[in-house]
Design a protein around this ligand. Structure first.
Ligand code: MV4
Length: 449
C-alpha cells in the first residue's frame, strides 16, 4: 500500500481524499495556490505546499509544479480528484514515468474512453447499445446531411473530444444541421484543439442515469448501482440520487453488466462512471465514460455502504477490491444537493466572498462533505461549489422529507447559495413523483418561477 499521497486538487474533494488517507494510515500532502492559502482542508492534511498563483493554469493545472512538489514531499502516488488534471492522459503518463502511481486508469484507457468517437467505436464493437449515428467522424456537412436523412431528425452533432455537454449542437432540420455542424466543429477546434465531430440521433427529454464502476488490476470489475442525475442546469448537475426512480433490478443488472463489459474491453482500472441516456420506455443508450471519481460519488457510497475513495486507492496500489459484485446491494435511498455560492435569481452568477455565519445540519441520515467554515473566504478563481449535502433514508419519500428538514436547518450567511432552489425542488410535485428529465430545471422549474 502507498505510504504518502499527493492530492492535486482543492476544496471538498481534497478534504474527502485526506479523510480516506487518514483512515487508511496513509500520509496526505496537499498542494495549493495562493488563492487557497489558509484553506481549512490544508490544516487537516499532513503536509501542504504552495505551488503557484491563483490561475489554475499556473497551479492546479501546472504539471511541472505539481511534480516538483511530489518530488519534494516524496510521495508514492498522486490523486487528481475531479476536474483539473483528473482526465488528462498526459499527466497520468508523466506520473507513470516519474515512478509515481496515478490514482486513476492507465493513460491508454483515458485516451480510449476520453475520446467520444473512440469510446463509441469500442462500444459498438462489444455490443453496448448506442443511439443510431455515425461510426466514424463526419468529414463535411454533406456527409452529415446524408446521415441525418438515414436516421431522421432531430440529430445532435457532438465534438469527439468534448464531454459534459460542451461542443454539442442539436438540429431539427437540414439548415440547422449545416450551421450546427460548422459551429460544433469550430467550437471544438478552439476548446479542445481537435475538430473531430460525429452525428447521432437526438433523444428528447431523456433521463441521465450513470453506473458507478470500480475495477482492480486483477480483472475484477464491480458496478455499485446507478445514480440519476437528470436535474441539471446548463450541464451542471444540481441534484443526484440513487437509486434512480425509474430503476428496476433487471434494468440495473443489464446496465451494470453493460458498463462492466465496456470497462473490461477498455482495460479499465480504478473508479469510473459510464453515462447513459434512458428513454420513457426504459431503453438505455451509452453516452460517455468519465474516467475519474465524480462529485456525486457519495450518493453511491450511501446506498451500497462502500468507501469508493478507499477502493479507488486500493485498486491503484495493485490490491484487490475490498468487495465483490455479490457484496454490493443497493439499499435505501440517497439524495445529494450541490450547495453552490451562486445568486440563482441573477442567472446563477457566482457569489464568492466571506462566510460570516454557518449552521450545518446533522442528525440521522445526514452527511455534509465540505471544506468551509465561518470566516472562510470563497475565492473567485475556481468553481462555486462549496459543499454537498447528502441524506440517506429507507425510502425516496423519507429521503426527500429528510432533505427538506436538513435544508430548513441550514444557515449560510455572507454569500448567496443554491439552498433556496434546492428547497423548491424538494417541494416540486414532479420531482416528488420522480417525473423529471434533463430539461426539467431549465424548461419547467426555472421557467415557471
Ligand atoms: C444527448 C442528448 C440527447 N440525444 N445525446 C449532454 C452531456 C453529454 N454527456 C450528453 N448530453 C446529451 N447528449 C443524444 N443523442 C441529450 C444530452 C443532454 C443532457 C444529457 C444528460 C444530462 C443533461 C443533458 C442536458 C442537455 C442535453
Amino acid at each position: 500500500m502507498f505510504s504518502k499521497i499527493l492530492i492535486a486538487n482543492r476544496g471538498e474533494i481534497a478534504l474527502r481524499i485526506v479523510r480516506a488517507c487518514r483512515e487508511m494510515g496513509i500520509k496526505s500532502v496537499c498542494v495549493y495556490s495562493e488563492a487557497d492559502r489558509g484553506g481549512p482542508w490544508l490544516e487537516i492534511a499532513d503536509e501542504a505546499y504552495c505551488i503557484g498563483p491563483p490561475p489554475s493554469a499556473k497551479s492546479y493545472l501546472d504539471i511541472s509544479r505539481i511534480m516538483a512538489a511530489a518530488e519534494i514531499a516524496d510521495v508514492d502516488a498522486i490523486h487528481p480528484g475531479y476536474g483539473f488534471l483528473s482526465e488528462n492522459a498526459h499527466f497520468a503518463e508523466v506520473c507513470q514515468s516519474s515512478g509515481i502511481a496515478f490514482i486513476g486508469p492507465s493513460p491508454e484507457a483515458i485516451r480510449l474512453l476520453g475520446n467520444k468517437a473512440s469510446a463509441r467505436a469500442l462500444a459498438t464493437k462489444v455490443g453496448v447499445p448506442l443511439l443510431p449515428g455515425t461510426k466514424d467522424l463526419v468529414e463535411n456537412e454533406n456527409d452529415a446531411i446524408g446521415i441525418a436523412n438515414e436516421i431522421g431528425y432531430p440529430v445532435i452533432v457532438k465534438a469527439a473530444a468534448g464531454g459534459g455537454g460542451r461542443g454539442m449542437r442539436v438540429a431539427h432540420n437540414e439548415i440547422a444541421l449545416v450551421n450546427g455542424f460548422l459551429q460544433a466543429k469550430s467550437e471544438a477546434a478552439i476548446a479542445f484543439k481537435d475538430d473531430g465531430v460525429y452525428v447521432e440521433k437526438y433523444l428528447e427529454r431523456p433521463r441521465h442515469v450513470e453506473i458507478q464502476l470500480i475495477a482492480d488490476q486483477h480483472g475484477s470489475i464491480v458496478y455499485c448501482g446507478e445514480r440519476d442525475c437528470s436535474l441539471q442546469r446548463r450541464h451542471q448537475k444540481l441534484v443526484e440520487e440513487a437509486p434512480s426512480p425509474i430503476m428496476t433490478p433487471e434494468l440495473r443488472r443489464k446496465m451494470g453488466e453493460t458498463a462492466s463489459m465496456l470497462a473490461k474491453a477498455a482495460g479499465y482500472t480504478t473508479a469510473g462512471t459510464a453515462e447513459f441516456l434512458v428513454d420513457k420506455k426504459g431503453n438505455f443508450y451509452f453516452m460517455e465514460v468519465n474516467t475519474r471519481i465524480q462529485v456525486e460519488h457519495p450518493v453511491s457510497e450511501l446506498v451500497t455502504r462502500t468507501d469508493l475513495i478507499r477502493a479507488q486507492i486500493m485498486a491503484a496500489a495493485g490490491e484487490k477490491l475490498p468487495f465483490t459484485q455479490a457484496d454490493v446491494e443497493v439499499r435505501g435511498h440517497a439524495i445529494e444537493v450541490r450547495i453552490n455560492a451562486e445568486d440563482v435569481d441573477n442567472n446563477f452568477r457566482p457569489c464568492p466572498g466571506k462566510i460570516t455565519d454557518l449552521f450545518i445540519p446533522g442528525g440521522p441520515g445526514v452527511r455534509w462533505d465540505s471544506h468551509i467554515k465561518v470566516g472562510y473566504t470563497i475565492p473567485p478563481n475556481y468553481d462555486s461549489m462549496i459543499g454537498k449535502l447528502l441524506v440517506f433514508a429507507d425510502t425516496r419519500e423519507r429521503a426527500i422529507a429528510r432533505m427538506r428538514r436538513a435544508l430548513s436547518e441550514f444557515k449560510i450567511e455572507g454569500v448567496k447559495t443554491t439552498i433556496p432552489l434546492h428547497m423548491k425542488i424538494m417541494h416540486d410535485a414532479n420531482f416528488n413523483k420522480g417525473d423529471v428529465d434533463t430539461g426539467y430545471i431549465e424548461n419547467v422549474l426555472l421557467a415557471k418561477g
